[in-house]
Design a protein around this ligand. Sequence first.
Ligand code: UDX
Ligand code: UDX
Length: 470
Amino acid sequence: MKKIKNICCLGAGYVGGPTMSVIALKCPEIKVNVVDLNADRIAAWNDVNLENLPIYEPGLDEVVSEARGRNLFFSTDINTAIKEADMIFIAVNTPTKNYGEGKGMAADLKFVELCARQIAEISTNDKIIVEKSTLPVRTAKTLQTILESNGNNVNFEVLSNPEFLAEGTAINDLLNPDRVLIGGSKTESGQNAVKSLVDIYSNWLSPQQILTTNLWSSELSKLTANAFLAQRISSINALSALCEATEADVDEVANAIGKDSRIGSKFMKASVGFGGSCFQKDILNLVYLCRHFNLPEVANYWEQVIILNDYQKHRFAKKIINSLFNTVNGKKIAFLGWAFKKNTNDTRESASIYVAELLIEDGAEINVYDPKVSCEKIKMDMRNLWELKGINEDVIFSKLAQIKVYDDPYEAVNSSHAIAILTEWDEFRDYNWTSIYEKMYKPAFIFDGRGVLDVNEINKIGFNYYSIGK
Ligand code: UDX
Ligand code: UDX
């Protein structure tokens, strides 16, 4: 087994950044170079002021402050980092393809392929290549083929080591994971490579926490884990609609069924719909794979998780419009929260984007407050959505004028007709809701997409309060 002394990670994003920071923290004898094409992002990772790190993640600043400059380095010098490394993690993004074959379903592997080509071209010594990005099953084969074609007599061994961290709890998930999964080929060199990676994680994890499988099981387990988690949310969200029709309470139902140890209580919070960079992308990818392997029943089964999630986002927006007397035209709707969940500044696939779109379509003015998301990001999210739909620039310009972003929640809700809660930030519970009520048009509405407020207290103040599944 080769002892790893130098690691390179391609991609300094939500996965690459925190994962490498923790590896560097726990393995001070290994030099960890995190590289990225995006110079601004790298500059932010190197910023002396830790509040300017490109990712907001509780506890990340402390880890970076301890390891950065010691054995953790962020740079745009990709070639040097590749050349020096014995082990290279690929953590570039793998978005859903928005063109050509598999458009809207398949994972776009062009960045991963570019990484493999660059590694093949530059490498002069044997390397272990680790798939960190979520990839379709059998991508390791593609990588191996590209790498082997370099003709430099360099040996590459490809491993799959999917990341299960959730944003907002990434550092804790990395320090105390339920499991680390490593897939490798069953050849002698494959198993040696697996041992080298196990050796790294053994610096802080017990052998029971580290699972090893074949490559394909590891790749598929990541897609499957996300599909199962998302399926639970869609299941409870489906029931939330039935609860509203029958006067059952979705939280009570979730609590009652969650006590059954076979079901368990986690991932059963009804919501305005799941977001994030992974769930939708990975399920679409799974559906695409099933269709590719001619398994339409399996594909349709998983696709329903996405269909239900879209339904939930629409249902929430429709509820707002219907409650406000069938139109929100010219009305101010305050959005509390824009991130896809609390404790992150990530907004990818956030339900807020889709709810905002529907309300703007109906003529609303959206006043947003999120403790960690910038105005630029919010406008960029909407612009990207509309550009993808082929909406022309003039229309985009006028739609963007319907969004205002505030640094102060009390200003965002001022003179609004309704408040929609899109993210479960803890601070929302502690607001002075009586004073908020006084600042709003009457009847004052709250649409709680995250079930964060106390129904009785809010009703007592005088609000018309709607909470999902109640
Ligand atoms: C990751 C995973 O890699 C993805 O497969 C998983 O499903 C979600 O999480 P994430 O870290 O969240 O992606 O993505 P992102 O924050 O976009 O970071 C990717 C980084 O790679 C970006 O900073 C981008 O600039 C960089 N990149 C991309 C490169 O350096 N080179 C490329 O060729 C492409
Ligand atoms: C997810 C997986 O949890 C993680 O293992 C994987 O590596 C990446 O994808 P992430 O997307 O960061 O992580 O966050 P997660 O906590 O899973 O939340 C995803 C979405 O589901 C959020 O929008 C969240 O608000 C929503 N959610 C979660 C619910 O609506 N109800 C729940 O009960 C749980």
